[in-house]
Design a protein around this ligand. Structure first.
Ligand SMILES: CC(=O)N[C@H]1[C@@H](OP(=O)(O)OP(=O)(O)OC[C@H]2O[C@@H](n3ccc(=O)[nH]c3=O)[C@H](O)[C@@H]2O)O[C@H](CO)[C@@H](O)[C@@H]1O[C@H](C)C(=O)N[C@@H](C)C(=O)N[C@H](CCC(=O)O)C(=O)O
Ligand SMILES: Nc1ncnc2c1ncn2[C@@H]1O[C@H](COP(=O)(O)OP(=O)(O)OP(=O)(O)O)[C@@H](O)[C@H]1O
Ligand SMILES: N[C@H](CCC[C@H](N)C(=O)O)C(=O)O
Ligand SMILES: [Mg+2]
Length: 488
């Protein structure tokens, strides 16, 4: 594509060199630059991408986009100076890939918890309704039924637009994606055209990155501020920040609620370990999910599907056939009669909710044993709070390792234990080896009890000092209790 065309949505501060050159690719990473590419130099949290301009040119870049021009310019290269490369990257990437989001109905889901659940269920639902769909999520990306492994909840702007373009090429009509707060703040979704946005909820997470809760909230809100007036914005009226999110949006606002008047209203009628019986907009429906928060998630899915033009009765029919997303409140029943539940709760609020959801079903009839840890090189402030939440609603807690990354597992465990007083400590043991922790919990469980294994959900690795070792909570449980994997 001609460089001049590529720049159509941005206002450069200066251009040095020829704009009428052909650009064969765009990247923000010099290590991925090939012959004829445009390299966009971004100031990151670790290094300044401007350092790699020389390397990118050596690797074949014919154009460079940057905030500061290098002191020596290469005669064969066109330099495009912009105020913010972070802002420009998404806009340029989307033009390069043929503005794929305009050729799809793209729905973004944001909020602290529930993004993967909602985006995946929308993808599953629209696939069952007979449409070709794409999915960008923490667990895995899909182009129709082709799996593309995901490194991030939201890919960088280049990969993101490349994936959307592949969805268009594969004939997809819909795409559903998670928008993480990091991605919104870093403008990874810049230049995308959304048909709709969904807000789940907002509680503490990622304060290591955003510093204050207000910054974190504003990052999420920026997604709704940027929606066009042709889009819908579905928000959770039960969350205290639900209406704040859509305060300044141009999109058509719709609400969902399990408690008060809303555009999409739901009520829990009954729950068991096999599922719940719900009333949604006056119709009764049985679903294969547990936990009141899943009622909220399902209302968001229902609302988005209706806003995308589906008939409520068709949506509810499909909703009743969907089942839990990998590692999200996923039950594994043991022959001895206890239930292990693998869940991705890795924030204090998610732990509180997941434990609450289990109690709704246990209803005082069995014990609850929780295995949990916290990730290394992530928000330290949440560690003691997670331990407190686990203790508050469990009969026994085994504190263990999650992904220690570059930290010492025992240091993370100690940070968690520091949140507990002597009384609370009576319920707690710590076993740094996660496999041993899970086995011990299963050994302690009797008929009717529940073992919650929280924090890693779908992850099939444990990241220790930069190396991902194979580790799968489901597998450890199944090895111990001797049952087979779920088929679909
Ligand atoms: C803190 C954070 O979000 N970092 C992301 C950010 O990296 P960064 O700005 O720190 O990049 P950097 O390493 O300083 O490099 C700066 C620039 O120089 C470039 N570079 C670097 C080295 C080189 O040799 N050549 C080169 O060109 C890099 O490509 C980059 O463009 O931009 C990169 C490209 O988009 C991301 O890969 C990277 O994600 C890191 C790996 C990460 O762990 N991010 C996590 C925290 C994250 O984003 N998580 C959220 C989900 C959280 C949730 O579940 O809610 C996500 O969306 O997954
Ligand atoms: N609506 C909800 N409210 C509160 N907790 C929830 C909700 N939905 C899911 N959870 C809990 O949060 C965990 C993560 O859910 P999910 O993966 O859907 O969220 P996410 O927003 O994609 O998370 P991430 O930011 O890590 O990608 C689940 O395992 C569950 O314990
Ligand atoms: N997307 C989240 C996932 C955390 C999952 C947990 N298992 C951990 O490793 O901390 C993050 O990167 O902060
Ligand atoms: Mg997710």
């Amino acid at each position: 594509m001609e460089l001049r065309k590529l720049l159509k949505n941005i206002k450069p501060v200066a251009i040095k060199g020829n704009e009428d050159i052909d650009v064969t690719g765009v990247n923000i990473n010099s290590r991925l630059i090939g012959k004829g590419n445009l390299f966009i130099a971004m100031k990151g949290t670790q290094v300044d991408g401007h350092r790699f301009i020389g390397g990118a040119v050596e690797a074949g870049a014919v154009a460079v986009m940057c905030e500061e021009l290098p002191s020596e310019l290469d005669g064969g290269v066109t330099y495009v100076q912009v105020e913010s490369t972070e802002d420009a990257a998404g806009k340029v990437a989307t033009v390069f890939y043929g503005e794929p989001s305009k050729k799809l109905k793209l729905v973004g889901v944001t909020g602290t918890n529930g993004k993967t659940t909602i985006a995946t269920l929308l993808y599953n639902m629209f696939t069952k309704l007979g449409y070709k769909c794409g999915l960008l999520s923490t667990v895995c990306n899909y182009i129709v039924d082709e799996k593309v492994p995901a490194d991030h909840t939201t890919p960088d702007p280049i990969e993101l637009n490349a994936l959307l373009a592949r969805m268009v090429e594969a004939g997809c009509e819909y795409a559903f994606m998670e928008c993480s707060s990091h991605a919104i703040a870093q403008k990874r979704i810049g230049g995308l055209h959304f048909a709709g946005g969904v807000f789940t909820n907002l509680t503490r997470d990622h304060l290591d990155y955003h510093k204050t809760f207000e910054n974190y909230r504003n990052a999420k809100k920026a997604f709704f501020d940027g929606l066009p007036k042709t889009a819908f914005a579905i928000t959770n009226a039960d969350d205290k920040n639900g209406m704040v999110m859509v305060q300044n949006t141009k999109a058509v606002v719709k609400t969902y609620s399990t408690r008060s008047m809303a555009d999409f209203k739901g009520r829990l009628l009954e729950c068991h370990f096999e599922g719940m019986y719900l009333e949604i907009d006056g119709r009764e429906v049985g679903v294969q999910f547990i936990g009141k928060f899943n009622l909220s998630n399902l209302l968001a899915v229902y609302g988005a599907a209706v806003m995308l033009g589906q008939k409520p009765e068709d949506v509810l029919l499909v909703l009743s056939t969907l089942h839990s997303v990998n590692g999200r409140l996923e039950p594994i029943h043991s022959p001895e009669g206890f239930t292990a539940i693998v869940d991705y709760a890795h924030t204090p609020d998610a732990l509180k909710n997941v434990l609450g959801a289990i109690h709704e079903v246990l209803d005082g009839r069995g014990h609850l044993i929780t295995v949990c840890g916290a990730g290394g090189n992530r928000d330290k402030g949440k560690r003691p709070l997670m331990a407190q939440e686990a203790v508050a609603q469990s009969d026994k807690v085994i504190i263990t390792s999650d992904n220690p990354r570059f930290e010492e597992p025992q240091d993370i465990i100690n940070d968690m234990l520091a949140g507990l007083n002597a009384q609370q400590m009576k319920k707690v043991i710590s076993i740094a080896d996660r496999r041993e922790a899970i086995r011990t919990a299963c050994m302690m469980a009797g008929k009717g009890d529940v073992v919650l294994i929280a924090g890693k959900g779908h992850e099939d690795y444990q990241e220790i000092k930069g190396v991902k070792h194979h580790f799968d909570d489901h597998e450890v449980v199944r090895d111990f209790i001797g049952t087979e994997e779920r088929k679909s």
